[in-house]
Design a protein around this ligand. Structure first.
Ligand code: GUN
Length: 313
């Protein structure tokens, strides 16, 4: 069997198309475009790329995104000051602090920052208020990656109601909100994590299997029920030629990509899973583009809601 590929890039493009007129209407009524403030601390290589993509995508749909850069040596207090200024700046409807923060800030720094973001501007859906609203099924701003997965499954006609969905990963950013959103779609949800016993026995029960582990090619064919829908949230850059050779069969275009660039991006799902799954999100081009599309959707939604125009959604 060869899995049907779920084209996240196409669904993301269609979501962005729907946002453009909403951003235009907002700009005409408010006298300014929806505004997104992105805070980037330090020089994390992957974050630089993600932030560049977010800035470009925002301007493409008619939002105004501005980058606030802080140096690697910035303190947690510096980041909190920046967030507090954005909280009260009327030109910004959305605030995003790119994760991870420099490790020198300590393990609780990201949560400390998310705790002070105005929930009405929390386009990541990471504040405690928005996490609580999500768990009660009445969120306005839900985390972008899991919301993007739901949008993709809906638009690709994958039935969630009554299905058994298994989520591997319990992060606050992806795993937990993913489980909540699937539950609200009436799936029966199991969350697996690093202490789960006999993981393959659980994942093989999944009609929908979501991998959000952060480990290259972690999900293998033996984890997957034949015909299942597999959603790969992972974005792992692989630079080791031996590892790449072990992942892709001879003649794969991904090997040619590696030869040209010296690295390839691989998800949390092993490429051989395509032979077992019924449907699969590719990496790249699956979940990644949806995360950005949903960030922009949240920005426009936040702008409309802050202006009291939520009815236009
Ligand atoms: N780092 C990786 N993904 C994300 C995300 O969705 N939001 C933020 N703020 N940081 C991230």
């Amino acid at each position: 069997m060869s899995a049907r590929l779920l084209d996240g890039a196409r669904v993301a493009a269609s979501i962005r198309e729907q946002l453009r007129p909403r951003a235009e209407v907002f700009a005409a009524r408010a006298g300014r475009p929806p505004g997104l403030g992105i805070v980037l601390v330090g020089t994390h290589a992957a974050s630089e790329i993600y932030v560049r993509n977010k800035l470009k995508a925002a301007s493409d749909v008619g939002c105004r995104a501005e980058l606030f850069r802080l140096p690697e040596r910035a303190t947690l207090a510096d980041v909190l000051d920046t967030v507090r200024r954005l909280n009260i700046d009327e030109a910004f409807d959305g605030i995003l602090v790119q994760d991870p923060l420099p490790s020198a800030m300590g393990s609780g720094a990201s949560q400390a920052v998310f705790d002070v973001i105005d929930p009405a501007k929390d386009v990541d859906g990471f504040t405690p208020i928005n996490a609580g609203l999500l768990s009660q099924g009445r969120s306005v701003l839900a985390p972008c990656t899991p919301s993007g997965v739901i949008a993709l499954l809906q638009r690709e006609g994958i039935a969630m109601s009554g299905s058994h969905a298994v989520v591997i990963g319990r992060s606050d950013i992806v795993g937990k909100p993913m489980a909540m959103l699937l539950l609200h779609q009436h799936a029966t949800v199991t969350i697996c994590h690093s202490r789960t016993r006999d993981l393959p026995a659980l994942t093989r029960q999944a009609d929908i299997l979501v991998a959000a582990v952060g480990r290259t090619a972690f999900v293998r064919p033996e984890h997957v029920k034949p015909g299942a829908t597999v959603v790969d949230v992972g974005i792992n850059r692989v630079t080791d030629s031996g590892e790449v050779a072990a992942l892709f069969p001879e003649g794969s275009p991904r090997l040619a990509d590696f030869a040209r660039r010296g690295s390839v991006v691989v998800g949390d799902v092993h490429p051989a899973v395509a032979e077992v799954a019924g449907a699969l999100t590719p990496v790249p081009g699956g979940v990644g583009p949806l995360t950005i599309a949903l960030l922009l959707q949240n920005t426009v939604t936040a702008a409309e809601a802050r202006a009291g125009w939520s009815a236009s959604r």
